[in-house]
Structures are given as C-alpha cells and as structure tokens.
Write a protein that binds this ligand. Structure first.
Ligand code: HEC
Length: 206
C-alpha cells in the first residue's frame, strides 16, 4: 500500500514530462536522442556552390524541360481533333520539327517499336512476335498489312491513339511512352507499311 502512494504521483510527473513539450513552441534546439539521419550534409536552396562555374546551387532545368502544368496542344497529345469529330490526319509538323526531322524520328521510332511493339506484332508488323511464337496464351494481333484492318487508310492520329490507349487485348502504351515517341512509332509503322507493300509486290510478280 505504501508503494502506491509514491507511484501515483510519479506516474503523473512522468506523463507531464513526456507530454509537456507536445504542442508547445521553444527556441531551444530539439532534443533528438538517436540522431541517425537527423543531420545530413546537404546543399540548401540559394546557397552558393563552388562546384559549379556559375556558383549557383540551384541548377537551371535541362534544355527542353517543360513543366508538368505545361499544356501541350490536345490534338498532339491525343491524336484526336479538338471537336472530337475525328483523328488528326498526319503526324503534326511541330512534332517532326521537335524530333529533329523525319529521319531522326524514324530512327527513334524503329528503336521504340522494337522495345514496345515487336514482342507481339513482330519486327515487320506481321503479327508474329516472340509472344505469339511462344504461344504465351495471348490472342495473336492482326498483321498491320492485313487489308481487313486497313491501317494504311487510317489517319495517323488513330494509330497514335491506339498506341496511347490500347485496343481490345492490346494494353495501353500511353503510360510508358512520351508523346514524341508515340508519334515516332506511328512514323515507323508507316515505314513498315511501305516496305511490306514492296515485299508483297515483289512476291506477287511471277
Ligand atoms: C502484348 C502484346 C502487344 C503489344 C506489345 C502491342 N500490341 Fe498492338 N495489338 C495486340 C493485340 C492482341 C491486338 C488486337 C487487339 C484486338 O482487336 O483485340 C493489337 C492491335 C493493334 C492494332 C490494330 C488495332 C485495331 O483497331 O484493329 C494496332 C494499330 C496496334 N496493335 C499497334 C501497336 C503498336 C504500335 C504497338 C507498340 C507501341 C503495339 N501495338 C504493341 C497486342 C499487342
């Protein structure tokens, strides 16, 4: 019984000591018993920095950086006309310009096509990619060159939108690719069409 007489005030005191600092402001530096990562060497904003020739600690953004809020032309971003009446007919010239011309775009498009599309559609677009060959349980995509699909009559924006949003069993590639890369892939699919049409012509000749 005697023990309890002391214990009760001691508990109260402890509770007061622990909760005392909560919500109160103080000019004193905080007491951090285990410092771990509390103090780290770092550069602060506006500080000067001898590492860079201009001594600026905050680096200017890389050339061509656009802010997240920056709105790009919705037609360029979606491949769909603003009034929703149809697709953008051709690859927007400003994208070709920004990509460094059509030749550069085709080089980039070929590379991106190899990464994102060839696994299913095959390197020539015949719909015979490795996923199909290994029979990975996915329905084979159609050949781009199948007249039933008629991609050669599609406006470029429709191809673009298919890459961005996917179609049926095909996943959307919008989240993994940039606007510029999607248009580059469109350009490359067009190049595949031309080359495969040549192949077909040669094969048809007796
Ligand atoms: C995971 C496999 C897979 C990948 C990767 C893939 N596709 Fe497809 N794609 C399909 C399948 C399956 C279809 C048939 C979709 C359907 O009609 O259900 C298809 C259909 C299409 C069509 C015809 C759509 C239509 O309306 O008939 C186009 C064009 C196309 N893909 C382009 C692309 C391009 C360009 C890429 C690369 C960015 C790509 N695909 C990547 C599986 C894939």
């Amino acid at each position: 019984m005697r023990g309890m007489n002391y214990a009760a005030p001691a508990v109260l005191l402890l509770a007061a000591a622990v909760s005392g600092c909560r919500g109160e402001t103080s000019e004193d530096p905080p007491i951090v018993p285990i410092r771990n990562m509390y103090n780290q060497p770092k550069y602060s904003m506006q500080q000067s920095n001898d590492y860079f020739a201009d001594h600026r600690n905050m680096r200017p953004p890389v050339d061509g950086t656009i802010s997240r809020e920056h709105e790009i032309d919705p037609r360029v971003a979606t491949g769909v006309l603003e009034d929703n009446t149809g697709y953008v007919l051709t690859i927007p010239p400003e994208v070709v310009k920004a990509s460094g011309g059509m030749d550069a775009m085709l080089v980039r498009g070929k590379e991106r096509y190899g990464i994102y599309c060839s696994a299913c559609h095959g390197l020539s677009g015949a719909g015979d990619g490795i996923v199909v060959k290994r029979n990975a349980g996915m329905p084979a995509p159609p050949s781009y060159h199948d007249p039933k699909i008629g991609i050669s009559h599609w406006p470029d924006g429709r191809l673009y939108a298919t890459i961005e949003n996917g179609k049926g069993n095909m996943p959307a590639y919008g989240p993994q690719t940039t606007v510029q890369d999607r248009w580059a892939i469109v350009a490359y699919v067009r190049a595949l069409e031309v080359s495969q049409a040549q192949v077909a012509n040669v094969e048809k000749k007796p």
